[in-house]
Ligand binder design. Structure first.
Ligand code: PEP
Ligand code: MG
Length: 583
């Protein structure tokens, strides 16, 4: 038995068998010469691999069609066609005979040349197909090199995914019927893998350092997402202790959920909006089950991070419409594309940057790839006719970016009007406050925004200059730093001076220890992973606005997070016994 400590990234206790995943690295392609008598054998290997890869994609297509709709699954039809494309296969056959080299090398060369040719094309459609070819080539090479067992699709039910790191695109593709827990060497509480794990309700422990070295495939593992601990090969007494804790906490969660339909208002009758964050349309059912007032953040980029290329206008329209219709009158805030940083789309967001988190991300990407931005805005405006949509721009750093984004939206509306396509003209457009410069100029930005939503995950990262996903500097990632609390206060004051509401959709909004301080600072809306809604509702319903304001004043007078954090936690535990729900 071995015990490791990491960062608790998604609550819950999971027991399962380790599935070691080595990530999305390019496989090393062997190259060796063959003689002409071996050509037929190599061709046979290719045929087997094509059949295997096609069957794999077919399964993926069927699953996507069931879970996300026909439109989303079309990309996989295209992949099946590419795998069986006679021109491609002819080229491989010809090169195999002419070069007398092993077939995986030929596949690698032929597809690489094709990707290069397509990538250079001025035609946007063709250049985007390069990504599909890469995807298909990788799958085919994996099949040829017998790497298929290591692909996530090979996971058995009851698996604990053990990985060094996980790309958001891998995380969004996880089969929730098979993975019961996640344990990773790297990553922090607000990394996107952690956020997705919480959305999926999968317990996760990140930042474990060397879990991939210590755990073996198939070994029993306990992932304790409440305390950030992992036990490899537990002895019977330890396994029993964890099972008891898991049952007790699940009981408490059920008790909290019973209050889902009670109004979220303070003891003196101030109503507080409690919304949910989602990453994909299929989460809406759970959002409604938890009694959310609306969706405060739909991270639309996860549509783009699914295998395949840039989401088409139709595919986006369908996804947005589906969420809006399911939510009825409830507001749905859809954030425009926030790619770049740690959410890369190969061949689209470009190669590695020296400082990706300070680089070509979010609104910066959209303002320079206006065709991508306009496609999304068109899909959003068309979908607006089906519900209560709000649009939100991410990572605004200055008023110029907001002006430019609004101008592009106006162009899109004019184009839709000219073609007689209907949309709602009164869709509120707001911005995320995630960059310190935006918080400090909140009063200016508020004059041109319908609402603000504070993205604390990035605001803390950029204010304290600490990578949100790096476990080595996680100690400095401090929401209760006086600098952060002051920026939140400044944002709220700037917004309220112009009469606009302020939401928070970073992870801090779902942290029960922070709820009273945030209420006291004047926050109007909280948006979080839906499973956090019950405990936050309980806190809101147990405090008066006067007490919250007094508490926030006390906290704002303190000088360091070392002083503030224990003070807040002690006060909150005394009044709400938060520890009972987390421990
Ligand atoms: C944030 O930064 O707080 C936020 C909500 O956006 P994301 O986590 O997607 O960067
Ligand atoms: Mg952010």
């Amino acid at each position: 038995m071995k015990e490791l400590k990491g960062i608790s990234a998604s609550p819950g206790i999971a027991v399962g068998r380790a599935f070691l995943f080595s990530g999305d690295d390019e496989p090393a392609i062997p190259r060796y010469l063959i003689n002409s008598a071996q050509v037929a054998g190599e061709w046979g290997r290719l045929e087997t691999a094509v059949a295997f890869a096609s069957a794999e994609v077919t399964k993926l297509r069927d699953r996507t069609a069931t879970e996300m709709g026909e439109e989303q699954s079309k990309i996989f039809d295209a992949h099946i066609m590419m795998l069986n494309d006679p021109d491609l296969l002819d080229q491989i056959a010809a090169r195999l005979k002419a070069d007398l080299v092993n077939v995986e090398w030929i596949v690698h060369e032929v597809t690489r040349e094709l990707v290069e040719k397509l990538g250079e094309s001025k035609d946007e459609y063709l250049s985007e197909r390069a990504l599909d070819i890469r995807d298909v080539a990788k799958r085919l090479l994996n099949a040829l090199l017998l790497r298929e067992r290591r692909s996530l699709s090979g996971m058995e039910p009851g698996s604990i995914l053990v990985a060094h790191d996980l790309l958001p695109s891998d995380a969004i593709s996880l089969d929730r019927t098979k993975v019961v827990g996640i344990a990773m060497d790297v990553g922090g509480k607000t990394s996107h893998t952690a956020i997705l794990a919480r959305s999926f309700g999968i317990p996760a422990v990140l930042g474990l350092g060397e879990i991939t070295r210590l755990a073996h495939d198939g070994e029993v593992i306990i992932a304790d997402g409440f305390h950030g601990a992992v036990v490899i090969d537990p002895d019977p007494a330890t396994a029993e202790r964890y099972a008891d804790t898991g049952k007790r906490l699940a009981g408490l969660q059920a008790e909290l959920r019973e209050a889902s339909s009670l109004p979220s208002e303070t003891t003196d009758g101030v109503s507080v909006v409690l919304n949910a964050n989602i990453e994909s349309p299929e989460e809406v059912e759970s959002v409604l089950g938890y009694g959310a007032a609306g969706i405060g953040l739909y991270r639309s980029e996860f549509l783009f991070l699914k295998p395949g290329s840039l989401a088409s206008e139709e595919m986006q329209f369908e996804a947005y419409r589906r969420v809006l219709v399911a939510m009825g009158d409830r507001p749905v805030t859809i954030r425009t594309l926030d790619v770049g940083g740690d959410k890369l789309i190969p061949d689209v967001t470009g190669g590695a940057e020296k400082n990706p988190l300070l680089g070509w991300r979010a609104i910066r990407f959209c303002l320079s790839r206006t065709e991508v931005f306009k496609t999304q805005l068109r899909a959003l405006m068309r979908a607006s006719a089906f519900g209560n949509l709000k649009i939100m721009f991410p990572m605004i750093a200055c008023v110029e970016e907001l002006d430019d984004a609004l101008a592009i939206l106006a162009e899109v509306k004019a184009e839709l009007s000219a073609t007689g396509i209907s949309y709602r003209d009164d869709v509120p457009v707001g911005i995320m406050i995630e960059v310190p410069s935006a918080a400090m100029s909140a009063d200016i930005l508020a004059r041109k925004s319908a609402f603000f939503s504070i993205g604390t995950n990035d605001l803390i990262q950029y204010t304290l200059a600490v990578d949100r996903g790096n476990e080595k500097t996680a100690y400095l990632y401090q929401p209760f730093h006086p600098g952060i609390l002051r920026l939140v206060k400044l944002t709220i004051e700037g917004a309220h001076a112009s009469g606009i509401p302020v939401a928070m959709c970073g992870e801090l909004a779902g942290e029960p220890y922070a709820t009273v301080v945030l209420l006291g600072l004047g926050l109007d809306e909280f948006s979080m992973t839906s499973s956090s809604l019950p405990v936050i509702r309980r806190v809101v319903r147990g405090v008066s606005m006067d007490d919250a304001k007094g508490f926030a004043r006390l906290v704002l007078n303190m000088e360091s997070y070392r002083e503030i954090e224990p003070f807040v936690k002690h006060w909150m535990d005394e009044h709400f016994d938060i520890a009972r729900f987390e421990d």
